[in-house]
Design a protein around this ligand. Structure first.
Ligand SMILES: [Zn+2]
Ligand SMILES: [Zn+2]
Length: 445
C-alpha cells in the first residue's frame, strides 16, 4: 500500500538513523526516509509519541508443523510473530517428520505463504532425522531455500560429523546454528546445578554441559572459518569462551533469549514447569554475564527460542514435563521494560540485536528501513502498558513464565511488505474485527 508514516521517532541503526522521521511506503517497499518529505500525495498515519522500527527478526522459533499442530501451526506461529512485532522468523527443523530434506523445506514455505503473515525462513537439519550420525542433504535444502542448518533440540555430539557439516555449510555460504549441549553431562537433568535445584532435589544440568560444547565448536570453527552461530547461551562460562575466541581471532556469533536474559533459577519456584527449559535458567551472575555480553556485542543476537507445548504436557510433574517456553508475543515488551527502560540497552542496540544483526547473519532482506528495502515495519507505543495474559495469545500454546507481568512498549502495528498484518493487537485473518485499512488512515496532510 502507499502510506506515509509521520510524527514518529525512527530507530534504524543499520541505516544510521535515530530520531524523528517521515517514512514513505510505496507498494511493498520503503521509498524514502527523511526528516520532512514535504507534501506527498498518499494517505498518512500520524504516529505522535510512537516509535518506528524495522520489523523484528527472530532467528530461533519452533513452529511445530508438520507433526505437532496441536502445539502450534505455521499460521498460528506467524500470527503470534506479527502480534509481537516480528516480521521475519527462522524456524527450527525438529518437526515430525523433521525438515531434513527439500520436501519439508518446500512444505514449510508453502504453508507460510498461505498464512501470509510473517516471512518464514526454514532452517534445515544438519543430520538425517536429527540423529547426529549421517549428514542430511544440505545442498538440496539450500537450493530449496534453507537459510542455515541446525539439529536444534539436540546437539551434534560427534565432532567429526560437526566438522564436516561446518565444511559443507561454508561451501554453501550458510550458517550452522549449534545447540551446545554435552549429553553425557546433561542427560537426565532438568534444572540448573545451583542452590535452587539442589533444594528441590531435582537432577541438575551443569554449566559445563554447555560450555564444553561451546569450546569444541569454537575449536572446530578455528579450522573451518565458516559461519558458526551458537544458540541460546545460558552460562557465564560460555561468555568467557566467546571473549577468548575474539582474542584468538575466531569469528562466531551467538544469541541469548529473553528468558535467560531476565530470569534466574529462582523462577522455577516450587516446581513450576513454565520455567523448565533447556538450557536451564541459571544464577543472577550468569544472567548478568549474558546482559553484559549482549551490551558489548559478544552476544550479538536476541532470539526467543519460541517453543510451544500443550497445557496438559506442561501440567505434568516437573521431571516429565517438556522443556521450553513461548516467546514471540512477549519478547519485545519484556526487553523494552526490563532492559531499555532500566538503562541496560539502548533502543538502537535492541533493534540491532533483535532485527539488523540476525538479518545480516541469515542474509535476508530485513533489519533496515533504507529506501528500496521491503516495507517490514513495527510501530511501538512506548507508553502502552499491559499485563501478560496467555489467554490473549495468538500462539496455540500458553507456556510462558511471564504470565501476570506488567509490561510496556507493546507493538501496535506490524507491517510486512507494505501490508498491515497487526493493528492494535488484532491480527489479519485471525481477529474477526480486524479493521478495513482505509478506516485507519488519514488523507489530508
Ligand atoms: Zn536448542
Ligand atoms: Zn530451540
Amino acid at each position: 500500500m502507499d502510506l506515509l508514516l509521520k510524527g514518529g521517532v525512527l530507530h534504524d541503526p543499520e541505516n544510521g538513523w535515530e530520531g524523528p522521521a517521515e517514512v514513505l511506503i510505496r507498494g511493498n517497499k520503503i521509498e524514502a526516509v527523511s526528516l520532512s518529505l514535504g507534501p506527498v500525495d498518499v494517505p498518512f498515519w500520524d504516529l505522535q509519541g510512537k516509535i518506528i522500527l524495522p520489523g523484528l527478526v527472530d532467528m530461533h522459533v519452533h513452529l511445530r508443523e508438520p507433526g505437532n499442530e496441536g502445539k502450534e501451526t505455521i499460521a498460528t506461529g506467524c500470527a503470534a510473530a506479527v502480534a509481537g512485532g516480528v516480521t521475519s522468523i527462522a524456524c527450527m527443523p525438529n518437526t515430525d517428520p523433521p525438515a531434513d530434506n527439500k520436501e519439508i523445506i518446500c512444505y514449510i514455505k508453502e504453508r507460510a505463504k498461505r498464512a501470509d503473515l510473517a516471512k518464514v525462513y526454514p532452517i534445515g537439519a544438519i543430520t538425517r532425522g536429527i540423529k547426529g550420525k549421517e549428514i542430511a542433504p544440505m545442498w538440496e535444502m539450500a537450493q530449496e531455500g534453507a537459510k542455515g542448518f541446525s539439529d536444534d533440540g539436540n546437539p551434534v555430539s560427534d565432532s567429526g560429523v560437526m566438522l564436516r557439516a561446518m565444511q559443507y555449510a561454508l561451501n554453501l555460504g550458510l550458517p550452522v546454528i549449534s545447540h551446545c549441549e554435552d549429553l553425557s553431562l546433561a542427560a537426565g537433568g532438568v534444572v540448573h546445578a545451583g542452590n535452587h535445584g539442589y533444594r528441590l532435589g531435582l537432577p541438575v544440568i551443569s554449566p559445563a554441559s554447555e560450555a564444553v560444547m561451546v569450546a569444541r565448536d569454537l575449536l572446530l570453527q578455528k579450522e573451518i572459518k565458516g559461519k558458526l552461530h551458537l544458540a541460546h547461551l545460558s552460562a557465564r562460562e560460555s561468555v568467557e569462551l566467546l571473549r577468548w575466541a575474539k582474542g584468538a581471532g575466531i569469528s562466531v556469533s551467538a544469541e541469548a533469549t529473553p528468558h535467560h536474559l531476565l530470569l534466574t533459577e529462582e523462577a522455577v519456584g516450587n516446581f513450576k514447569t513454565e520455567a523448565k527449559m533447556n538450557p536451564p535458567l541459571r544464577t543472577s551472575a550468569d544472567r548478568e554475564a549474558l546482559q553484559r555480553a549482549l551490551k558489548e556485542g559478544f552476544i550479538g543476537v536476541i532470539a526467543t527460542d519460541h517453543a510451544p507445548h500443550r497445557l496438559q504436557e506442561k501440567e505434568d510433574d516437573f521431571l516429565s514435563a517438556p522443556f521450553g517456553v513461548i516467546g514471540l508475543e512477549t519478547a519485545f515488551p519484556l526487553l523494552w521494560t526490563k532492559m531499555v527502560e532500566e538503562g541496560l540497552l539502548t533502543v538502537s542496540e535492541l533493534v540491532d540485536r533483535f532485527s539488523s544483526a540476525p538479518a545480516r547473519l541469515l542474509d535476508i532482506p530485513a533489519g533496515s528501513l533504507k529506501p528500496g528495502a521491503p516495507a517490514d515495519i513495527v510501530v511501538v507505543d512506548p507508553q502502552a502498558e499491559q499485563v501478560v495474559s496467555g489467554e490473549r495469545f495468538f500462539s496455540r500454546s500458553r507456556n510462558t513464565p511471564f504470565e501476570g507481568w506488567r509490561l510496556k512498549g507493546y507493538p501496535v502495528m506490524t507491517m510486512v511488505d507494505g501490508d498491515i498484518k497487526m493493528w492494535q493487537g488484532k491480527v489479519k485473518g485471525f481477529s474477526e474485527d480486524f479493521p478495513e485499512i482505509k478506516s485507519i488512515l488519514q488523507t489530508r496532510r
